[in-house]
Design a protein. Structure first.
Length: 118
């Protein structure tokens, strides 16, 4: 599986954006998917994850109620809908994948930059 993220951009506080991550390969439906982000000068942090069948989602506390992760296995795509964006959401956002039976996210996309101005 290879991942290609897109959808980042420059927005104002309170705006919305939807990130997309398209996966190559025919086994997307067997992979748990996640979004991480890395702000300038900070460590990469977890944002959201969704299991391979879509039954379980989890979010970082900082984005709960504002961000929604979803996936379309027919399109090999995972999404991150981001609402009510805040300047502290500014970061490079990465999608990541792991085979459902594995523990660690080992497949990473190239990242897409989200900049939120105040």
């Amino acid at each position: 599986v290879q991942l290609q993220a897109s959808g980042g951009g420059l927005v104002q506080a309170g705006d919305s954006l939807r990130l997309s991550c398209v996966a190559s390969g025919r086994t997307f439906s067997t992979y748990d998917m996640a979004w991480f982000r890395q702000a300038p000068g900070k460590e990469r942090e977890f944002v959201a994850t969704m299991t391979y069948r879509g039954r379980t989602k989890s979010y970082a506390d900082s984005v709960k109620g504002r961000f929604t992760i979803s996936r379309d296995n027919a399109r090999n795509t995972v999404y991150l809908q981001m609402n009510n964006l805040k300047p502290e959401d500014t970061a490079v956002y990465y999608c990541a994948a792991k085979f459902f039976a594995n523990n660690d996210y080992s497949i990473w996309g190239q990242g897409t930059l989200v900049t939120v101005s105040s």
